[in-house]
Design a protein around this ligand. Structure first.
Ligand SMILES: Cc1cc2nc3c(=O)[nH]c(=O)nc-3n(C[C@H](O)[C@H](O)[C@H](O)COP(=O)(O)O)c2cc1C
Length: 637
């Protein structure tokens, strides 16, 4: 296969094609098309008969007006009629877009205009894409959605410019139903020119790792309001993270657009993700998808068995409310209340901000904080900061590190890797997460744990800090709990059903994973597992070690319920993910701190109303609980 060929892989593939504004218009003459070039490009699109999303730039239509009214700088009262200029910028781009749509229709293919200013808004520094559905539906019908550089309205009643390149990046992030086989940028040059020993040379093939050190030739070329080739490269770096190859081709020459669409040889710049980056990127994207899906969809288990745990009310409390003591020890460190921020995240820019917010709240409220799986920190050192920040922000609280049984059983994984994770955050405790169902229902999952015992014994022997066994929402049975206790685990995070369901998350992530079967395995197993209250009791039955009760806890009353069943600590993932996300959006820290304060108040009130003076008197106290309904049946089988 030739250097510039990129093979298409399945029927559900689409191509994102960006035709630059300077390619289609004469930049020196406002509102002037380069008719021949436009016609030629559109003919090639029609001839290819490919599934395409077309995006075009502003060129001499949008740019002069945007520049005149300084739209990219945002709202500025000193610019006369700037708001009129905003509408004019949008309107002129609409006209340009309409010309293109009509030409495509005249050539016999269906195309529909998609107004970016109606489906994108800016929320702080993030561009929010309201709904991808219309674009995916158009593609299903064989229609070419046509988008364009437009104005972008923002959260603070201001605005800026949304470039066609930014739109492409967002499409790469959001399109789920189709595989994007590549992104093609049609420009006026043959590709990217670089300096090579004092000579200017066309870069034919670039890899992700080449991009940061690229010495561009002709840096001053074609700077417009949305940035020149340098800006494009920044966007390309992000596109590559979605494992989408990029081709930059000369749209004027030699039927290049058609050749690129048909994967034929042409002289151009081709940028491909490296195979190593591909697997890291999968992990990188997966981590952030878990967060987004948890927040945007209902992925909670249908039934929460804490509803079937009743605490016994005591009408005449003997203690003063403020004298109720919530503080407990967690592996020799004192904490103000038995609350743990469960493992959520790490390994992404957004994770870093979320971990900062969580660590700050955990530190100021003196509770336990966990980080998400540190695997990505081992595979991509550039992500270590997103974990390390937790210890930097919270030097004194107990911090729990996190790795999975999958890594532990991987033969390339060794003690040094484990030690690196501990050092990364100066962890007080390491959690090994057991997530067999989650691994099973995801296409890239690791489901072979044959050598677990042997590997764990080796790690246990060589490490000084406590290691806990953590489930992630499917719970423990008694037999395994006993086995793990005897193997040398120092505690458990029981993570049962009732809260976040990873099968539900994967069902949304892998929208097409069921293609070969009649239904998705992730849907069938959505509710699979041992309920959290049962999981706590299963472990307490066979182990005297520490138990964190996680999975579906919502309030401080639920912490009391977890403790009365035998847990030492209550853990929350989804609750703190939501509060941290609110803080992230509002650029605050207070929502997460308030949430912890509320949990403490509810827990203290529960103890007072049961006439229990401290946590140890509540732990596994059968006189203070009544189990009803299905939960009673689970326990009394
Ligand atoms: C977005 C998200 C990411 C998570 N990532 C991890 C992880 O990396 N490692 C882990 O052990 N558990 C992880 N979990 C599982 C939680 O720590 C917790 O066990 C589970 O979500 C149940 O608690 P909840 O019902 O309060 O959400 C994650 C949970 C969520 C919601």
């Amino acid at each position: 296969m030739d250097e510039c060929e990129i093979k298409l892989k399945s029927k559900n593939e689409i191509i994102l094609l960006k035709l630059g504004g300077s390619l289609l218009t004469d930049k020196n003459k406002p509102f002037s098309l380069r008719e021949d070039i436009l016609e030629n490009c559109l003919n090639q699109i029609i001839e290819s008969n490919k599934s395409i999303v077309l995006i075009h730039g502003g060129g001499s239509f949008g740019h002069p007006i945007a520049k005149k009214y300084q739209i990219s700088q945002g709202l500025n009262d000193s610019i006369k009629d700037q708001i009129i200029g905003l509408s004019k910028t949008h309107e002129v781009m609409n006209k340009f877009n309409s010309i293109i749509i009509n030409k495509i229709l005249d050539k016999g293919r269906s195309a529909i205009s998609v107004q970016p200013s109606s489906i994108f808004v800016q929320d702080f520094n993030e561009i929010i894409f309201k709904s991808i559905d219309p674009i995916e539906k158009m593609l299903e019908l064989g229609i070419i959605p046509v988008l364009y550089g437009d104005i972008l309205l923002s959260w603070d009643s201001s605005f800026t410019i949304l470039s066609g390149d930014q739109i492409i990046l967002k499409l790469c992030e959001k399109i789920q139903k189709f595989k994007i086989s590549k992104v093609i940028f049609g420009i006026e040059e043959d590709g990217i020119y670089i300096e090579d020993n004092g000579h200017k040379r066309l870069a034919l093939k670039l890899k992700y790792n080449d991009l940061p050190n690229l010495k561009l030739a002709e840096l001053d070329q074609k700077i417009d309001v949305t940035g020149g080739i340098k800006g494009k490269l920044e966007i390309i770096k992000e596109i590559i993270k979605f494992n989408v190859p990029v081709q930059i081709v000369n749209g004027i020459k030699n039927q290049n657009i058609l050749k690129a669409l048909n994967d034929q040889y042409l002289e151009c710049t081709r940028i491909e993700p490296t195979s190593e980056r591909k697997s890291i990127n999968k992990l990188y994207n997966r981590k952030i998808e878990h967060i987004k899906i948890s927040l945007e969809h209902n992925v909670q288990h249908v039934k929460n068995y804490f509803d079937e745990v009743n605490l016994i009310h005591h009408p005449l409390p003997e203690y003063e409310l403020e004298d109720i003591n919530l503080s407990v020890d967690f592996f020799k460190k004192k904490i103000s209340a038995p609350i743990c921020i469960s493992a959520i995240t790490g390994g992404h820019e957004i994770s870093k901000v979320i971990n900062n917010i969580l660590a700050n709240a955990a530190s100021s409220e003196k509770i336990i904080m966990s980080v998400g799986s540190q695997r990505i920190g081992l595979e991509d050192p550039s992500t270590v900061d997103s974990f390390k920040i937790v210890r930097d922000i919270a030097p004194n609280i107990p911090i729990i590190g996190n790795l999975g049984i999958g890594q532990l059983c991987d033969l390339t994984f060794n003690i040094d890797n484990f030690k690196k994770c501990i050092e990364m955050i100066n962890a007080d405790v390491m959690a090994i997460h057991f997530n067999a169902l989650h691994e099973l229902v995801q296409s890239e999952g690791n489901i072979s744990y044959k050598n677990f015992e042997e590997r764990f014994k080796e790690i246990r022997k060589n490490l000084k800090i406590p290691i806990i066994a953590k489930e992630v929402g499917t719970g423990f049975n008694t037999d395994l709990a006993l086995k793990l206790d005897l193997l040398g685990f120092d505690g458990f995070d029981v993570g049962g059903t009732g809260g976040t369901s990873f099968a539900a998350i994967e069902s949304i992530r892998d929208a097409d994973s069921f293609e070969a079967y009649t239904r998705k395995i992730s849907d069938t197993f959505r509710e699979w597992g041992v309920p959290t209250p049962v999981s706590i009791m299963n472990v307490r039955k066979v182990s005297k070690k520490l138990i964190i009760g996680t999975g579906g806890l919502k309030t401080g009353v639920d912490i009391a319920k977890a403790i009365v069943l035998g847990a030492d600590i209550g853990g929350f993932a989804f609750k703190f993910l939501k509060s941290a996300w609110q803080d992230y959006k509002n650029n605050t820290q207070s929502n997460t701190i308030k949430e912890i304060k509320t949990l403490k108040q509810e827990l203290r009130s529960s103890l007072w109303l049961m006439n229990v003076e401290n946590i140890s008197k509540l732990r596994n106290n059968k006189n203070k609980r009544i189990l009803v309904g299905e939960l009673y049946q689970w326990v009394n089988q």
